[in-house]
Structures are given as C-alpha cells and as structure tokens.
Design a protein. Structure first.
Length: 98
C-alpha cells in the first residue's frame, strides 16, 4: 500500500536507531514504521516496567520526527499478553504512544 502512494518506507523492527538516522529519514522523505523493542528475555510481569520505561523514552526521544508515521506498541503475542492489569493493560500500553 505504501508504494501505491509513491512513498519509500522502512520498518524498524525491534530496534531504535540513532538520532542522526531519523534526521536523514526526515530529510529524504522516508516513511518510518517504528516498532517498540519488546524482548527482555521472556515477557513477564517483571518486564512490564522495563517496557513502559523504554517506550516512554523512545517516544520522548523521537517524537519530533515527521518521518515516523506509525508507532507499533505490540507486535509479538508473548509481549502484549502480560499487559493485563490497569494501568498496564493493552489500552494503557497503547496510550504510551499517543
């Protein structure tokens, strides 16, 4: 679908690139789908605070880049399944990216 609109797109799966990389994506007009890094060994209740902290830092650090068209909070079943208690349920996790 991205090609239909004449766009170049890169999906960053399980990583956050250095600031300079996003600056170049902005300059070149590359669309970025930014996934959240989700693996901390095996996802568990103990890893939820790590995820929340890292997600907040990622969004805060990269939020001003117009190249980032999509933030992907969860893309692995074993990661989102541990988010089942408010405020750290799936809705709360997604709210981190708004």
């Amino acid at each position: 679908a991205v090609a239909t609109f004449g766009l170049n797109m890169i999906r960053l799966h399980q990583k956050v690139n250095p600031e300079r990389w996003y600056w170049h994506a902005d300059r070149l007009g590359v669309v970025v789908f930014q996934d959240m890094v989700q693996k901390y060994g095996r996802a568990s209740k103990a890893t939820v605070p790590l995820f929340v902290s890292d997600a907040a830092a990622m969004v805060h650090g990269r939020r001003n880049h117009p190249s980032i068209l999509q933030w992907t909070a969860f893309n692995e079943g074993d990661c989102w399944e541990v988010f089942d208690t408010p405020p750290h349920d799936v809705a709360g996790g997604v709210a981190l990216f708004k």
